[in-house]
Ligand binder design. Structure first.
Ligand SMILES: CC(C)(COP(=O)(O)OP(=O)(O)OC[C@H]1O[C@@H](n2cnc3c(N)ncnc32)[C@H](O)[C@@H]1OP(=O)(O)O)[C@@H](O)C(=O)NCCC(=O)NCCS
Length: 173
């Protein structure tokens, strides 16, 4: 087990956030998608400007997971109107939760998820939800193991490719 420190991302961290976002996204999806679609997606979503805009959203929060002073994972949580799909005041969305490939399987995702659960509870949220690509078996198994259930699906566009995401949720009360 790798014990991580989980801390809020600050505005001056945007280049570090960009680096971990790009690396983990490439590690997770490059094998399944064309390099052109990967490039289009990264250019659109992981520029410092785009990440800074997202960071400024009042109801979105980014967190780093750090081990021995190195960022090895991150997550993005949304509440209220910042949620990408379900604008329910009783829910919190985990929009992104990513751990570097080399650090996976060491309970880092678990520590991030527990942290997200604490934040949801502190904000009196009734459930946590997220979208996950139907072919991302590793993540789906991780969520199922943690008590999430599949309750719906939606379309996710990666470059010019339309894909299906499962929507999963974890009831907290
Ligand atoms: C999904 C992810 C966040 C999980 O984080 P992780 O650090 O690898 O997982 P952990 O080590 O914390 O695992 C926690 C538990 O889930 C289980 N688990 C993790 N991956 C699993 C898998 N592929 N199959 C079955 N169980 C799995 C572990 O066995 C562990 O259970 P245990 O405590 O009984 O051993 C991480 O693998 C990741 O970043 N993947 C790539 C990015 C991604 O897909 N993000 C989600 C986008 S929706």
């Amino acid at each position: 087990m790798m014990i991580v420190e989980i801390s809020s991302v600050h505005l001056e961290d945007m280049e570090r956030l960009q680096a971990i976002s790009q690396k983990t996204f490439a590690e997770t999806f490059a094998a399944f998608n064309s390099s052109e679609n990967m490039r289009l997606y990264a250019a659109k979503h992981f520029s410092v400007e785009k990440l800074s805009d997202e960071w400024r959203q009042l109801n979105s929060k980014f967190f780093f997971a750090t081990h021995l002073n190195r960022i090895i994972g991150y997550m993005k949580l949304n509440i209220s109107d910042a949620q990408t799909e379900i604008c329910d005041e009783n829910s919190m969305e985990i929009e992104r939760i990513y751990v570097l490939k080399e650090a996976q399987g060491n309970q880092v995702g678990q520590q991030l998820l527990h942290y997200a659960m604490q934040i949801a509870k502190q904000n009196q949220k009734e459930y946590i939800w997220l979208g996950v690509w139907e072919k991302n078996k590793q993540a789906i198994d991780f969520y199922l193991k943690n008590g999430f259930i599949i309750f719906d699906k939606h379309e996710f566009v990666l470059g010019d490719d339309r894909q299906t995401d499962w929507l999963m949720k974890l009831q907290l009360k």
